[in-house]
Design a binder for this molecule. Structure first.
Ligand code: NAD
Ligand code: UGA
Length: 476
């Protein structure tokens, strides 16, 4: 039986572990929360005033619980002493990365669960008292079975482990908002006494701030698969709207009007229907491919092909957009300056994993373009590490790519601007903090093109300034 949880450990201090634990600690001042990681530099950053990730509202959450104050204790700790944190905790979140496999069977498709297994083995070796082990990472369905087996085989005699699934649904850029007011908290367990008690103990932690009716409990395997299903369905909506955007471009229909028209049907709903240059981020592609691979392994090739097509359309969308740029620029980019506005995979994050910007810049560099990149949040060192492998026609990538701290410098003398992230400041519809498009217009080479991969500019206004504007899913 599990009483009230007083000590939590979280293995993995990343985009999920850090924000999730910061909010959990704030909402449970009497619970001590320790986030551990193998990476010393990441832990040092979490303990500093420059957090390792950019996320609106994160600093306030971390500072409150990490540093304490007159009216609240210090109950959030970041540490590399993994063994100690594991042994002291009653409940352990595993929120390590589960990237796409790069080798062996299922390479490029299945999820690599080696970090999860490493964390589980560590828990099994170190624990001297009973633990609730919580899968927070997104994993293939039935991973909890593997975890249970390893824990049982390695764990010390008399120590009981109960494995729960508690997938995370936060989106980057809105992580704190999502964590403070989640649509639901999902907890999967075995349906025996031990499992249900462990699920109830975890539910208590969330119930401090999440209404009970939003805390959903179900069987382990449903919970694991529900996470993959949610991401697959969200990604599918984007691929569906992006596939329709190609039909719009060929017919004179406008994809924003289509999304509005279909989104007003309450059965469809308006969210996740924004046409774009293609979805990015560390999870959609990874999780949809993982679901496709699981289906393939279960001898369900039609199901696998269906989910694979969601990723295929996404690749097609990026490729289609790049080809349109090349075509509009008279089929030659050689030595033409092209400004790329936005490098992160979405606004309000500095994360660049699977960002559409990476593959699009790669293709433009191959055409001989000179690229200048501006992004308000992504670290310059991150941009270089994402594009260093590109091989243009002329060797070292630094010869034809520059990273600018100033949006006007990036656009000066350019033939074209490509908007790849929907940062508010790029939109000429915003009233405050927007860039001065008139100033940009005067500094560019002519004819001056704007390729809006996010449909955030008012094309009419830009055309009045002399720009030629190409948007996704709108007639050129
Ligand atoms: P991340 O790469 O930012 O962080 C993972 C961290 O785990 C890294 O700092 C790494 O050093 C650490 N780590 C790996 N193995 C370890 C070990 N054995 N011991 C200690 N530390 C270890 O990853 P993330 O974006 O936080 O994602 C984590 C999981 O959550 C993934 O499964 C992902 O699919 C899922 N998820 C991510 C998001 C998101 O928005 N990023 C949202 C929901 C779910
Ligand atoms: C996504 C899900 O939204 C989260 O619920 C989930 O927890 C997370 O994946 C995960 O498992 O990692 P995230 O990738 O951070 O979150 O961000 P989204 O807002 O979903 O955007 C993903 C990509 O799709 C971005 O590149 C975004 O620009 C693009 N997108 C989003 C569109 O092109 N159109 C839309 O309408 C919405």
């Amino acid at each position: 039986p599990h009483g009230r949880i007083t000590k939590i450990c979280c293995i993995g201090a990343g985009y999920v572990g850090g924000p999730t634990c910061a909010v959990t600690a704030n909402k449970n001042p009497d619970v001590s929360v320790t986030v551990v990681d193998l990476s010393e530099s990441r832990i040092a950053a979490w303990n500093s005033s420059t957090l390792p990730i950019y996320e609106p509202g994160l600093w306030e959450q971390v500072q409150g619980a990490r540093d304490g104050g007159a009216d609240r204790p210090q109950n959030l700790f970041f540490s590399t002493d993994i063994d100690k944190a594991i042994d002291e905790a009653e409940l352990i979140f595993v929120s390590v990365n589960t990237p796409t496999k790069t080798m062996g069977a299922g390479a490029g498709l299945g999820s690599d669960t080696s970090y999860v297994e490493m964390a589980i083995r560590k828990i099994a070796q170190v624990a001297t008292s009973d633990k609730i082990v919580v899968e927070k990472s997104t994993v293939p369905v039935r991973t909890a079975e593997t975890m249970r087996e390893i824990l049982k085989a390695i764990g010390k005699p008399g120590v009981h482990f109960e494995v729960l699934s508690n997938p995370e649904f936060l989106a980057e850029g809105t992580a704190i908002r999502d964590l403070l007011a989640p649509d639901r908290i999902l907890i999967g367990s075995l349906l025996n006494d031990h499992g249900l008690q462990a699920a109830a103990a975890l539910a208590e932690v969330y119930a401090r701030w999440v209404p009970r009716e939003r805390i959903i409990t179900m069987n382990l395997w449903s919970s694991e698969l529900a996470k993959l299903a949610a991401n697959a369905l969200l990604a599918q909506r984007i691929s569906s709207i992006n596939a329709l955007s190609a039909v719009c471009e060929a017919t004179g229909a406008d994809i924003d009007e289509i999304a509005f028209a279909v989104g007003t049907d309450s059965r469809i709903g308006p969210k996740m229907l924004k046409a774009s240059v293609g979805f990015g981020g560390s999870c959609f592609k990874k999780d949809v491919l993982s679901l496709a691979y699981i289906s393939e392994c279960l001898h369900l090739p039609e199901v696998a092909a269906y989910w694979q097509s969601v990723v295929d359309i996404n690749e097609y969308q990026k490729d289609r957009f790049t080809k349109r740029i090349i075509r509009c620029l008279y089929n030659t980019l050689n030595n033409k300056k092209v400004a790329v506005l936005g490098f992160s995979y979405k606004k309000d994050t500095g994360d660049t994993r699977e960002s559409a910007a990476i593959s699009i810049i790669d293709a433009l560099v191959a055409e001989g373009a000179k690229i200048s990149i501006y992004d308000p949040q992504v670290l310059e060192s991150q941009i270089w590490s994402d594009i260093e492998k590109f091989k243009g026609a002329r060797g070292d990538v630094k010869q034809y790519v520059t990273v600018c701290k100033d949006v006007y410098k990036a656009c000066e003398g350019a033939h074209a601007i490509i908007v790849l992230t929907e940062w508010d400041e790029f939109s000429n519809k915003q009233i405050r903090k927007r860039m001065d498009w008139q100033r940009v217009a005067e500094s560019m080479d002519r004819p001056s093109f704007v390729f809006d991969g996010r449909n955030i500019v008012d094309a009419g206004k830009l055309e009045e300034m002399g720009f030629r504007v190409e948007c996704i899913g709108k007639p050129g």
